[in-house]
Design a protein around this ligand. Structure first.
Ligand code: SF4
Length: 514
């Protein structure tokens, strides 16, 4: 009985940007006496059916974007006589789909770390149930990944998680519902040990795969003080101190290490936090800007972001403190007008963003937006090839619309074209070359250009384009430049590297962090 873990994807680039962490975490959760699982990341190469034999177990993790491919892999594995188990965010939201469409024998909802070994135990005992609930594992149960199974030459960035959950409630995002609004913060010691293991193996670029690296804003502390809630205040203060403790320990890691994370814009008001990030080698962060207008932000429940000139200033604050920003924007909000696209492109330029992504509003399952949108059809959604639009992830990619709700003033094709136009403008070679000044050497600048182009090909051309020739061209081009880009990220292994032990110098700890 061989265990396979599959990360499904329709598009394979041969080399991927970020390691799908869940594969390596579930590998760690697999009992050792079952042998090393076979990890299949289809963003590298498609799954080989002949590798699956009768009696094997195939675990497939899906989000809504890759669910359709995941179901195809599941059916194929079942036909070959394997026991098929689905998990992931989409399986949590729609647990009945995988048995009906993906050949699943069982579905795990919630976090997988503790449920997966139980599933395997029960498969061996012949007592497999149809449904397991992994719930939300507490911080102490977060597992370190099996990095000994990670190929050295396939990924640019490894990934480590430091916190799960986000206290916000943006209407287009499902994280706060699936991972919870109470941040579950991992112990600094566990995080640092995992990072050291990766650096020993030659990974010096690491993405901190967190929902929100800044789980306690200064405004949250002020609100707890205002409410005279000492217990909450103590809890938030301890969590904040623990973030500083983590960053202080990370600051003692080798100076060639580079970290990237996701963070809310509020972090820019907390200059001590930004400085600690920089000292901890966290030199880049994805910041969800979403909209450049106050009305747009209100429409997605993101009123805590700023708009206009204040927004530009706040984004620049990151850069002033040495943290580069990948700004993320959404187009197609009901409040968007034709001039929003140009205003966004201008702001991305003025705010000194190092990278940017421009996505089109999509009602993702599990979000407030999705529920509102689904309700708007009053039980009678339009269909494409017999599939209701409200199950859009089941519509084959070529037939799937790019815009889902009629916009009050803009046509669907106009939104798509203007979005593509903003990508083209932001990643025009002269603009990329100008931005590459953020790295000091000519070699570094050339690498910056290559990586910017790769990012654009992987995410913009394949995600937005409706023209299949353009998609194929972009995929082919990305495959060609991905391998040399990966080599730029590889570091010399440091097998002797010690785990920095450290003690808190910046802030006293009010909670044990063993
Ligand atoms: S978009 Fe970001 S800030 Fe908003 S709920 Fe999701 S993770 Fe939190």
């Amino acid at each position: 009985m061989r265990i396979h873990l599959v990360n499904p994807s329709d598009t394979a680039f041969g080399v991927a940007v970020i390691t799908p962490r869940w594969l390596y975490v579930l590998a760690a959760a697999t009992p050792r006496d079952l042998g090393d699982p076979l990890l299949v990341d289809e963003t590298l190469e498609p799954c080989r059916p002949e590798s699956i034999a009768a009696g094997d177990v195939v675990g497939i993790g899906i989000h809504s974007g890759n669910a359709l491919r995941g179901y195809a892999v599941g059916r194929l594995a079942r036909e070959r006589g394997a026991t098929v188990v689905f998990g992931g965010i989409h399986a949590t939201l729609y647990p009945d789909e995988a048995p009906a469409l993906g050949g699943a024998h069982a579905v795990v909802t919630g976090d997988g770390e503790t449920a997966w070994p139980e599933v395997l135990r029960e498969i061996r005992a012949g007592t497999l149930k149809a449904r397991y609930d992994g719930g939300k594992v507490r911080d102490a149960s977060f597992l370190a990944a099996r990095w000994d199974l990670l190929p050295r030459d396939k990924y640019m960035w490894a990934s480590v998680q430091t916190v799960r959950g986000c206290p916000k409630h943006c209407s287009f995002c499902s994280v706060w519902r699936t991972d919870g609004q109470e941040a579950r913060v991992r112990r600094p010691d566990a995080v640092v040990r995992e990072i050291v293991e990766l650096r020993r193996r030659g990974f010096r670029f690491i993405a901190l795969a967190d929902d929100n690296f800044y789980p306690v804003a200064l405004a949250d502390l002020a609100a707890a003080r205002r409410r005279a809630d000492p217990q909450r205040l103590e809890q938030l203060t301890a969590m904040r101190e623990e973030r500083f403790e983590l960053m202080r320990r990370m600051a003692e890691l080798p100076s060639d290490m580079v970290f990237f994370t996701q963070i809310t814009m509020e972090a820019a008001e907390d200059e001590a936090f930004l400085d600690a990030m920089r000292r901890a080698h966290i030199v880049g962060a994805l910041v969800g800007v979403e909209s450049v207008t106050a009305e747009g932000l209100k429409s997605v429940y993101k009123g805590f972001n700023l708009a206009g000139d204040e927004l530009t200033e706040r984004l620049r604050t990151f850069r002033r403190h040495g943290v580069h920003v990948l700004g993320s924007f959404i187009f197609g909000l009901p409040t968007d007008a034709a001039d929003t696209f140009e205003a966004t492109a201008r702001l991305a330029d003025q705010a000194d963003l190092t990278f940017a992504q421009f996505v089109m509003l999509t009602p993702f399952p599990g979000t407030v937006d999705f529920e509102r949108w689904e309700r708007s059809f009053e039980g009678k959604p339009p269909e494409i090839d017999g599939i209701p639009l409200t199950r859009h992830w089941l519509i084959p990619h070529g037939r799937r619309p790019r815009i889902f709700s009629p916009h009050p003033t803009l046509g669907a094709e106009e939104i798509r074209e203007r979005t593509q136009g903003v990508w083209d403008e932001f990643y025009a070679i002269r603009r990329v070359w100008a931005r590459s000044r953020c790295v000091p050497t000519l070699k570094g600048r050339l690498a910056f250009v290559l990586i910017s182009k790769l990012y654009r090909q992987m995410y913009a051309n394949t995600g937005i384009a409706t023209d299949s020739a353009r998609v194929h061209r972009a995929t082919r081009w990305a495959r060609i430049i991905a391998a040399p880009c990966q080599r730029l990220f590889a570091g010399r292994p440091m097998p002797e590297l010690e785990v920095p032990q450290g003690y808190s110098r910046e802030l006293p700890l009010t909670r044990q962090t063993s």
